[in-house]
Design a protein around this ligand. Structure first.
Ligand SMILES: Cc1ncc(COP(=O)(O)O)c(C=O)c1O
Length: 375
């Protein structure tokens, strides 16, 4: 008996495999293809021969927990208790999975806002819960009437993701206020805030739940060093949650992984002393500007990208094909890989849109744009 009977190979793997087969430029999966910071490599090289290779404490290396608390205070003026409110996880994915499998029991409902990241729904299903998928508005802002109408006595958790994958949307102050009003009324409902792109916002600042006093006590925040420090393959992230929730999450985490790779924890703990998080957004803003400028005369319509390293486009002028068909054609005929947006929805709403990842070298973006401009 399968717990995930409808799960097949993820579209990210499908597109990456097809891209490889056709030697396409891969702007599909969300990871950088530029080298990591030389200073991170130097710390890694030095630490490799030191005594850093045994289990760390279950919740994480104390020095790393201290640095995360400092970072959270510097950025959001929240004082996090390192022993009771923090947990280092194997990427945000494991943090999200563990949170959901701690909090969700059979038949509990979890509200997910579509388009949504693909790990939320299966995590809820494995826990025996029921994903309730609500579409965002056409401009990808949340529809609070729709969200409130979906709340039932069984609703246990709402998942939000900000800055948003795949659309790059960033919630504004009014949107957080509206969410606070709803959660004030339904005091049993918890919030899971996926903030893995928290350091990649452009014109509008990212508003973290860390800076919302009305929400911190009912929210689990997931973050990812993989995303922020361009080391997605290290699979290291963390959760911040109030003690009463974190206690329960730790119980499950303890038997899922116990503790995370000691080496990457040691390296990142040192690196956090020298890395400047403000430069991350500046670097990606330049990449976004370059990519947008390169394809501005193409037949793709460029939609706003307020944060993350994703750019969504629509291709209505080019083809009437479904987004999945068009994404395949883009690889096989034009040798560029992208992700069709309908895969981020439950009820595949096909708006003929694709997501490109611009976390790539300028050379890669230039070469991809040449091909896109020729279509
Ligand atoms: C919205 C979102 N959440 C979580 C993750 C997973 O992060 P990690 O690689 O740290 O597990 C991703 C990765 O693409 C993502 O886009």
């Amino acid at each position: 008996m399968s717990k995930l009977p409808n799960t097949t190979t993820s579209i990210f793997s499908v597109m990456s495999q097809l891209a490889q087969k056709h030697n396409a430029i891969n702007l599909s999966q969300g990871f950088p293809n530029f080298p990591v910071d030389e200073r991170l490599l130097q710390i890694s090289n030095r630490l490799l021969t030191e005594n850093v290779h045994q289990y760390t404490p279950m919740a994480g290396l104390p020095s790393l927990l201290e640095k995360i608390a400092r970072l959270t205070d510097e950025n959001y003026h929240r004082k996090v208790n390192t022993t009771t409110e923090l947990l280092i996880t194997a990427g945000a994915t494991q943090g999200i999975y563990t949170t959901i499998n701690t909090l969700i029991n059979t038949n509990d409902e979890v509200i997910i806002l579509d388009p949504s990241y693909d790990s939320y729904e299966p995590s809820v299903l494995v826990a025996g819960g029921k994903p309730v998928r609500i579409s965002l508005n056409d401009d990808y802002s949340p529809d609070f009437n729709r969200i409130e109408s979906a709340i039932t006595l069984k609703t246990k958790l709402i998942i939000i993701n900000n800055p948003h994958n795949p659309t790059g949307k960033i919630w504004r102050e009014e949107e957080f206020q509206a969410l606070e009003t709803i959660l004030d009324k339904y005091s049993n409902i918890l919030l899971l805030s996926d903030e893995v792109y928290e350091y990649i916002s452009f014109k509008h600042p990212h508003i973290s739940i860390n800076s919302r006093p009305k929400l911190v006590n009912k929210t689990i925040i997931a973050s990812s060093f993989g995303k922020s420090l361009h080391v997605t393959g290290w699979k290291i992230g963390y959760l911040i949650a109030p003690e009463h929730l974190m206690n329960e999450i730790k119980k499950v985490h303890q038997f899922l992984v116990f503790s995370i790779s000691s080496f990457s924890q040691h390296v990142i703990a040192e690196y956090l002393d020298i890395v400047d998080f403000r430069k991350i957004a500046t670097m990606y803003e330049q990449k976004r500007a370059l990519f947008q400028d390169l394809i501005k005369d193409s037949r793709f319509e460029i939609l706003p990208s307020e944060g993350t390293y994703f750019q969504i486009v629509n291709y209505k002028e080019i083809s009437t094909k479904s987004d999945t068909e068009f994404a395949k054609e883009l690889i096989t005929k034009h040798n560029v890989a992208a992700i069709p947006i309908s895969v981020f929805y439950k009820n595949a709403t096909d708006k003929q849109m694709l997501r490109f990842c611009f976390a790539k070298t300028d050379e890669t973006l230039i070469a991809a744009a040449e091909r896109l401009n020729a279509i």
